[in-house]
Design a protein around this ligand. Structure first.
Ligand code: NAD
Length: 246
């Protein structure tokens, strides 16, 4: 039982995949949803499908001015930010260090790590306001714990995001409750056209199949709720057991 009535939830990467599933799930739990994405058309479609308690914000989260504007919009529309889901991310095509250009490195780190940093910093005053704790949920990855879940930039960004989650916890708990989710193989826009790779990867895991994005959104809803009140600074595997051997 998740109680999120009237909570204001900001979700990045809400136009597709896990972010889209989170937008639907949080709205279904009674929350007001601020759906953020750089893909303007798709995020507007998601908001239209979610219904009246959702708004879209068109923003590139790798730009600090844009993330400030996200928080301003959330406050203007719904009064505050109670829950921040730093979920948007981009892949690096498993590119090793030697073949990683400055542009690829900066682009991946910009979205996957700078974005959550900028948005968390911008939202801090709102997350700390009010009687209830603010909640931050960062979508990391199994690539945040293992060395072979992506290329150099992606792996580094996800390890960094778990670090940011833990540092937020040590610096701001109990006012803010920050946790990371570490998905394994999930069927989303990111993995579209990679069915063979995804299924092969999943076949090697205890669950034997990739996750649906809703199976990640349900964990985010739990982490945002009071049912998760004693979970601080965790990086929770939602990976079908992929990392169970480390
Ligand atoms: P997705 O591609 O379906 O969705 C990602 C969304 O982020 C897209 O809508 C995209 O437009 C948006 N986005 C990209 N750059 C942006 C920017 N600069 N500003 C704003 N929005 C931007 O991917 P997904 O699989 O749902 O990924 C969600 C998160 O889960 C990502 O952080 C990803 O790294 C992580 N993840 C995915 C998998 C997987 O198997 N799909 C596994 C582990 C972790």
């Amino acid at each position: 039982m998740v109680e999120l009535q009237e909570s204001v939830v900001v979700i990045t990467g809400a136009a597709s995949g896990m972010g889209e599933a989170m937008a639907h799930r949080f709205a279904a739990e009674g929350a007001n949803v601020v759906a953020v994405d750089i893909d303007t058309e798709s995020v507007d479609d998601v908001v239209a499908a979610v219904g009246e308690n959702a708004i879209s914000v068109h923003a590139d989260i790798s730009d600090a001015d844009s993330t400030d504007a996200v928080v301003e919009t959330a406050v203007d529309e719904f009064g505050t930010v109670d829950v921040l889901c730093n979920n948007a991310g981009v892949l690096d095509d498993f590119t090793p260090v030697g073949e990683t250009s400055d542009e690829l490195w900066d682009g991946v780190l910009g979205v996957n790590l700078d974005g959550p940093f900028y948005l968390t910093r911008a939202a801090l005053p709102e997350l700390q306001s009010g009687d209830d704790e603010g909640v931050v949920i960062n979508t990391a990855s199994v690539a945040g714990k293992a060395g072979d879940g992506g290329g150099a930039a992606y792996t580094t960004s996800k390890h960094g995001l778990i670090g940011l989650t833990k540092n937020l916890t040590t610096m701001y708990a109990p006012d803010i409750r920050a946790n990371a989710i570490c998905p394994g193989a999930v069927k989303t826009g990111m993995t579209e056209g990679m069915d063979d790779q995804l299924n092969a990867l999943a076949a090697d895991t205890p669950a034997k199949e990739p996750a649906d994005p809703e199976e990640i959104a349900s964990v985010a809803a739990f982490l945002a709720s009071d049912d998760a009140s004693f979970i601080h600074g965790a990086a929770i595997n939602v990976d079908g057991g992929m990392l169970s051997d480390i």
